[in-house]
Design a protein around this ligand. Structure first.
Ligand code: PEP
Length: 250
């Protein structure tokens, strides 16, 4: 089963509209490599300009969050209906920063994942353990619980389209990365969890990224592993040259 590698930049709360469009002008044509999917997940404010700039390119634009309702009295929130209307293709769901700072539970992550599919958005669902969970040997159990919760209620066709990002929390933005062998071990396990929920054929289609201090100089090592299909990248996705190098290295 060949899965198209997917590199997604997670800009977090960085870049104004003018910074985002200047970035895009620099990566256009360069962060477009045949056989690698290139995604930029930007703050909501930069999405309209980026969607416009990305027209005619192979770079997809993603959001970093979505509300699970289509509309309503949810001050400050943005729905899947609205993102789809903009032309956004991907949405990051359940990033550890959202789980930690905005109290996103597994149940909310699942509702957002279901909402993404309702509007034809592809979810990038983040799972991963905290340092203390890693140290107590709970990594796989934590990933199993988070993965099973996220996939609840998805059809086999939808499940096959999910992009999972395995991000050990202790490796995010810290410069400490999981070894590629350790990441492969957990990601292979997550694929097995998905096979248990559906079957081997569905699990073989799901793309699973590694995330946590991925840089241009280590991206190919992760992608060389059998079950690692890409990377979700924070810090190293913010500079055009680095983002291009990530795509080229994939
Ligand atoms: C992330 O934001 O999902 C991430 C993995 O960040 P970094 O690459 O900076 O560790």
């Amino acid at each position: 089963m060949s899965r198209t590698p997917i590199i997604a930049g997670n800009w977090k709360m960085f870049k104004t509209v003018s910074e985002a469009t200047a970035f895009f002008a620099e990566v256009k044509g360069k962060a477009e490599v045949a056989g690698v999917e290139s995604v930029i997940c930007a703050p909501f404010t930069a999405l309209p300009a980026l969607v416009e700039a990305a027209k005619g390119t192979t770079i997809a634009i993603g959001a970093q969050n979505v509300h699970f309702e289509d509309n309503g009295a949810y001050t400050g929130e943005v729905s899947g209906l609205m993102l789809k209307d903009l032309g956004v293709k991907y949405v990051i769901i359940g990033h550890s920063e959202r789980r930690a700072y905005f109290a996103e539970s597994d149940e909310i992550v699942n509702k957002k994942t279901v909402a993404a599919f309702k509007h034809g958005l592809t979810p990038i669902v983040c799972v991963g353990e905290k340092l203390e969970e890693r140290e107590s040997g709970a990594t796989k159990e934590v990933c199993k619980v988070q993965t099973e919760a996220a996939f609840q209620g998805l059809s086999a066709e939808q499940a096959a389209e999910v992009v999972v990002a395995y991000e050990p929390i202790w490796a995010i933005g810290t410069g400490k990365s999981s070894t590629s062998d350790d990441a492969q071990d957990v990601i292979g396990y997550i694929r097995g969890v998905i096979a248990g929920l559906y079957d081997e054929a569905v699990a073989a289609k799901v793309r699973i990224q590694y995330g946590g201090s991925v840089k241009p100089n280590n991206v190919s090592e992760y992608l060389g592993q059998a079950d690692i299909d890409g990377a979700l990248v924070g810090g190293a996705s913010l500079e055009p040259a680095s983002y291009i190098a990530l795509i080229e290295g994939a």
